[in-house]
Write a protein that binds this ligand. Structure first.
Ligand SMILES: O=c1ccn([C@@H]2O[C@H](COP(=O)(O)OP(=O)(O)O[C@H]3O[C@H](CO)[C@@H](O)[C@H](O)[C@H]3O)[C@@H](O)[C@H]2O)c(=O)[nH]1
Length: 451
């Protein structure tokens, strides 16, 4: 462990959602291993506590006045985030003022998730350095910069023209207008407003991003030119520092099931932690999977968000048929599953964490994005890295059967797996001594020590 004279404290502020909490805590762990003390200021739900394995030395505090989970369900993600920022500002200032008293003013920096921009008011008031942390790809940052300059009404009209949809955004090859992550985000004017808030860096001095330069060098270059300062691309954080921080209990029985299967014979299916699927789609998937005759491990989260109440609500004939070839869990230890030799492919919604986790294990993908930047990630998987393909349109059993065979059985899948293995080696090299992410993390530590 690298020593610094006094353990200076870093305050981390995550978005209260698994896909955001996981990487910011991994960042916390990486900085803790470099000698910093960590305080995590959280909203009222999806909280991690110091009793969680791997975080015993961390301090966890709750931001008073932030919105409860029921408001997420009521408002939807965009309005929730806009409102969360308004409601949390005063409570966060109180937290920081108390921390400064407790810590004898020894706070090196506030590092906040890019969506938690309310933190800037406290940083400014108490003259503390602040740094933004991005849990998504550099290509998504680029897209947001583009969207923040557009007018929502005009964009909608322009996008009715197919030529505009297919047009490459100026100087931003391969990004086309239709790749800009706008789908499933609710009314566009409100989403564009959120983009403008997120793109506005206020007094933050730099950005840390959970990506790797070998995956997205041109987007990173473009961003650094646009922002006028270098960024710290230190990903994938789950290999740099990977404490378990699942907000839900994982079902490890699936590993025993995987142990009994042949190498690369199983398709792992998981739609992340916020995806939305209708019962009809789940049924078509189930039929298609059975007809493909391939094995699968399927994460099905029960609950109203899915609009589907778990495997018990499948008709008996279907559930009997799928249980012969498949294994179901409500939560898998995903990183371990992807690393398992029996796993031959990943059917994913293409959240950025899942995308990185799959690349690191060299697992090719069937992409079924739901919303926002997942579509952009899927475009990179299919067209830039060529390690998977998208399943577009309605989910239909014939299409599902073809897609599964294409990935697990056909020569085309073998090619994708080969390219995924190549990418895996490059990405893993980036976090080893001499690699780009290894270097960036050390530079970040040096930078934070000067604060
Ligand atoms: O059974 C499961 C299911 C998920 N996970 C983990 O949960 C995380 C899921 O993250 P991600 O793949 O990014 O999906 P979301 O939770 O949907 O992520 C949200 O946050 C991401 C990062 O900002 C965005 O890229 C997504 O679009 C957004 O939906 C990953 O680390 C998975 O390993 C498990 O461990 N077990």
């Amino acid at each position: 462990m690298e020593k610094i004279e006094a353990k200076r404290r870093i305050v981390l502020v995550p978005v209260p959602a698994q896909g955001h909490v996981t990487p910011i805590l991994q960042l916390g762990k990486a900085l803790n291993l470099k000698g910093f003390s960590i305080t995590v200021a959280q909203g009222q739900f999806n909280q991690v506590s110091s009793s969680s394995q791997g975080f015993s030395g961390f301090q966890f505090i709750t931001i008073p006045g932030s919105l409860p989970e029921s408001e997420f369900e009521r408002l939807g993600p965009i309005e929730f985030l806009l409102e969360f920022n308004k409601k949390s500002q005063a409570g966060f200032k109180d937290c920081i003022s108390q921390l400064l008293l407790q810590q004898g003013n020894d706070i090196a920096c506030i590092i906040y998730d890019e969506f938690m921009y309310f933190c800037e008011a406290a940083a400014k008031e108490f003259k503390l350095p602040s740094v933004i942390f991005s849990t998504t790809s550099a290509a998504n940052q680029v897209s947001r910069c583009v969207l923040s300059k557009l007018n929502a009404g005009k964009f909608l009209i322009d996008m009715e023209d197919h030529d505009v949809q297919d047009k490459v955004v100026q100087n931003l090859h391969p990004l086309r207008y239709k790749d800009l992550p706008t789908s499933g985000m609710g009314p566009l004017d409100r989403f564009f407003e959120l983009c403008r808030e997120v793109v506005n860096k206020r007094t933050a001095s730099t950005i840390i991003i959970n990506t790797v330069s070998c995956l997205e060098s041109s987007s990173l270059l473009w961003l650094e030119q646009e922002l006028g300062f270098p960024m710290y691309h230190i990903g994938p954080l789950h290999i740099t520092a990977s404490p378990p921080c699942s907000l839900l209990e994982e079902d490890r029985s699936c590993i025993e099931w995987l142990n009994k299967q042949k190498p690369r014979s199983v398709l792992y299916i998981s739609m992340g932690t916020v995806g939305h699927m209708e019962t009809k789609e789940v049924l078509e998937m189930a039929w298609g999977l059975c007809n493909s005759n391939q094995l699968f491990l399927w994460v099905i989260r029960p609950g109203p968000i899915l609009g589907f109440n778990g495997i018990e609500s499948l008709p008996e004939e279907v559930s009997k048929m799928v249980s012969e070839r498949g294994y179901f869990v409500t939560r898998a230890p995903q990183i371990e599953v992807l690393a398992h030799p029996s796993v031959g492919g990943f059917w994913s919604h293409c959240g950025w964490n899942s995308t990185l986790e799959s690349i690191v294990e060299g697992v090719p993908m069937i992409c079924r994005p739901f919303q926002g930047e997942q579509k952009l990630n899927a475009m990179y998987i299919e067209s830039v890295w060529k390690i998977g393909f998208q399943m577009e349109g309605e989910v239909e059993r014939g299409e599902v059967e073809r897609a599964v065979k294409r990935l697990i059985v056909d020569e085309e899948g073998v090619g994708m797996r080969g390219r995924a293995s190549g990418l895996k080696e490059k990405v893993k090299a980036s976090v080893r001594s001499g690699g780009s992410s290894f270097y960036a993390l050390n530079e970040l530590v040096k930078y934070l020590k000067t604060k």
